[in-house]
Design a protein around this ligand. Structure first.
Ligand SMILES: [Zn+2]
Length: 268
């Protein structure tokens, strides 16, 4: 079965991960810009990072027949620094023309502070000015409900934003209603322990249906599984769901969301 992982951080994974993902049926993936594990010391480091995810990673993926796409931003955690945000936002447009960039992301909130919100709004402005898709990170644990609500409210207030062109990720049972009711795409992250275990994700599909729903591994340098999407497919099969529904969630849905950017093409 062919599948797409719409949220991966391959900069922190090995080439063997690409190989195993390809052997398991991965045909495309997308890499949102994220926190490096430490606060970067200057805007120049982001410039290098954007170069890396628009040149080196697509080549590593292509060696295994996987199409690698990416999203650019200064992440929510470093968004606390408005000066740095402005410096980075100033050169993002020069990268938006590159053939594998799908839009702005993963933007959002981390500790749900006023300055993070300012940085988030500045990114949304940039996305709107350049007619870009948006991929959104929602905060984890106790900040998730409050942060998701603030993000959803801010986007609903902005008349330039078309909900169908925004995916809100790391959704959970208590945030999924507000995301779907406003017409956004929903992302479920299949982390082995801290976020969404497989059966919880299958429960959500059974309760809410599969429309505008994607699943991802969000694999990075933390505990995470690059093969989480096919593991979800297996969990779906075990619960008696057919190939058509599974294919919709792991392939057709992300392809439809990404396909709103004319640069998105699946190989083969
Ligand atoms: Zn991420």
């Amino acid at each position: 079965m062919n599948w797409i992982d719409p949220h991966v951080h391959m900069v922190s994974r090995t080439t063997t991960d690409y190989e195993q993902m390809a052997m398991a049926g991965c045909v495309a993936l997308s890499e949102p810009a994220f926190w490096a594990g430490y606060d970067r010391s200057s805007a120049a480091v982001f410039h290098d990072y954007f170069n890396h995810i628009t040149t080196f990673e697509p080549q590593r993926a292509a060696d295994y027949g996987i199409a690698h796409y990416c999203w650019l931003c200064l992440n929510p955690k470093e968004g606390e620094d408005m000066g740095l945000t402005r410096e980075v936002l100033a050169f993002i447009p020069e990268f938006l023309e590159r053939p594998t960039v799908l839009g702005i992301g993963e933007i959002g909130l981390n500790r749900v502070t006023k300055r993070e919100m300012e940085s988030f709004v500045a990114h949304v402005d940039l996305a709107m000015e350049h007619e870009q898709l948006i991929l959104i990170h929602t905060p984890h644990l106790e900040d998730k409900y409050k942060g998701t609500l603030q993000i959803v409210e801010a986007l609903k207030r902005d008349s330039r934003v078309t909900p169908d062109r925004v995916l809100i990720d790391h959704a959970e049972e208590h945030t999924i209603d507000m995301i779907r009711e406003a017409g956004f795409w929903t992302g479920l992250t299949l982390y082995p322990n801290t976020k969404m275990a497989m059966d919880r994700a299958v429960d959500i599909v059974e309760i809410y249906g599969s429309e505008r729903l994607c699943v991802n591994s969000a694999c990075d340098w933390g505990p995470s599984v690059p093969l989480a999407v096919p593991a979800f497919a297996m969990a779906m099969r075990r619960r008696g769901h057919g190939a058509e529904l599974i294919e919709q969630i792991v392939h057709a849905n992300p392809a439809a969301f990404f396909g709103q950017c004319p640069k998105f093409v699946i190989p083969g």
